[in-house]
Design a protein around this ligand. Sequence first.
Ligand code: PMP
Ligand code: GLU
Length: 397
Amino acid sequence: MRLAQRMGALRPSLTIGLNAKARALRAQGIRFYNLAAGEPGPPTPPAIVQEAMATLATGHVYYSVAGGTAELRQAIAAKYKRENQLDYSQDEVVCGCGAKELLLHSFMAMLNRGDEVILLAPYWVSYLEQSKICEAKAVIVPYDAQQPLPSPEQLERFATPRTRAIVLNFPNNPTGHVPSRAAYEALGAYLQRKDWWIISDEIYEYTVFNAERRHYSILNLCPQLREQTLIVNGLSKSFAMTGWRVGYALGNKDIVANIKKLQSHSTTCLPSFTEKAAIFAITQGRPLVQPMIDAIETKLQKTQQLLRDTLPELTFTPSQGAFYIFPQLPTWLARTSYPTALAFSEWLLEKHKVIVVPGESFGVDGHLRLSCTASEAHVQQALAWLAKGLQELKATA
Ligand code: PMP
Ligand code: GLU
């Protein structure tokens, strides 16, 4: 039987694949160290779990509404007013099964075959593959560690008459970069002159650890972009609810209605018992998870210090958010039998049972994404094995 042509180029998610690998190792009782997790660490706060259990116990086991109940959308609009100083009505909010579903549906709603979408490398794994599902062309702006957010002049080199959208993701997965206000404002002024959609993936909004310690949406700095911007967010990272699959997006009524239409023909609605729990979490907001956020900051700083102390050959731009570090591998690796980040990470897993995400997943070779949310001891051991692995290979370079 023949598959659709679009499947030929589509690759499975490497991050999800590594997750599965970690589970398989655990099931086999094999010791391993995982620096690949896209999880904030602790389980969902018990008060949120209680809310879901109470909802189930009272018979919320039926279909819910496509795009989220009015109560949930209202809670999200209120959160945006309270925490983000942005005004949205509940008709400008749509919920989906994770930010991932909303991203796919927004690509489907915005892009025709052959349209171009600009991605800034390193970009999160699924943007590229989702653009392939839409038969759109991803135009990738290469990574410059010195200037992770390209200037308008640099971006203009990638703009064509077919450009329809650009994806922004700050705090960034995998670099942890948070742009300065000035850089954001310059980008905003440039985007105002373009009739492009802006998909602003702000899923790591709670974990910002730069000097200002405050998340800015591009819309806070450039409110004129409101009509062309879709903010994508979710509860996975901010409330440690990755398995619950609750995401949401805010944008103009038209794009939101079209995303909702797509959901009505795909996943139908959120799992209905998660909605009340999501309302509870969103209404409580940041204070409910502040200890977790503080712990992530401590782990991120400690992991970066440990990297500097024990693996000076891995150079990196300090991470200011999310919970990842994106170090560059030493250039001598190119002279070994494992010359790419992908080959190296596969070897490292095979030989030393350390799981890291190779930079190729984010469109940048020669780098690794290290997640710092495991326990300090676990991260320490993982880095010790990583150092040992590098030493072994260096001897062969
Ligand atoms: N965007 C980014 C940048 C991510 O790292 C992730 C992974 N959690 C997602 C979107 C998707 O998140 P979810 O589907 O769990 O809401
Ligand atoms: N977003 C997380 C990551 O980048 C989880 C995995 C995924 O959704 O692809 O690792």
